[in-house]
Design a protein around this ligand. Sequence first.
Ligand SMILES: Nc1ncnc2c1ncn2[C@@H]1O[C@H](COP(=O)(O)OP(=O)(O)O)[C@@H](O)[C@H]1O
Ligand SMILES: [Mg+2]
Length: 227
Amino acid sequence: MSEILQVQNATKTYMMGEIPVKALRGVSFSIKKGELVSVLGPSGSGKSTLLNLIGALDRPTDGTLIIDGTDISTLNDNQLAEKRKQVGFVFQFFNLISRLDAKANVELPLMISGISRSERKERVTDSLTKVGLAERMTHKSSELSGGERQRVAVARALVNRPAFLLMDEPTGNLDSKTAQEMMDLVVKLNEELQMTVIIVTHDQEVSARTPRTLRMRDGLIVSDEVN
Ligand SMILES: Nc1ncnc2c1ncn2[C@@H]1O[C@H](COP(=O)(O)OP(=O)(O)O)[C@@H](O)[C@H]1O
Ligand SMILES: [Mg+2]
């Protein structure tokens, strides 16, 4: 089975006190191994909510998500946390620790996984090389540019060898030239490593760089197009 993700009629309703907020109203789609897909939509359309479900950070209110063969509604909290290790996350605001250098930031997820020191070193170097930052390994995050910081965040997401990469507005905090360079990297990771990538954005220029775009509006997928 080449499908890495199957979403069937997923809904998500948040409670704001007494008032239900329907962030997802029933979305269905599937994604194959090795695809590069963008999710495009205005602010508030439910993109982050959807990405959090795909990343096993949260459960749907209703509907089914099958991630790499596992229906996540059947998992308990510990199993869900285990599933999350298969996912590499990249966020808009990088979420790096500024007083740590690039390699220490990338190593963090491996410390939690309990991997040996030599294996950690090898994986950190490998990940930072893949994002073109081998020469910047010992620079503190605070000494790096925005584009470099985001590449460190990508290296950190890759270090656990995830089944797929989820990016939530990864260019939202970058100028347009740096955003283009970030997309060059994303396309390269997809083409050269066959990495499956789902990238959430409100920027049409970003989504145009991906072979497939799911458009969202008001908690629904309104189109599924080839670019
Ligand atoms: N934790 C939450 N509690 C209540 N409402 C939320 C929460 N997260 C998101 N929402 C609401 O759900 C809708 C979709 O939000 P979100 O998925 O963040 O959209 P996007 O990422 O496209 O901007 C919005 O109306 C938002 O206010
Ligand atoms: Mg969002």
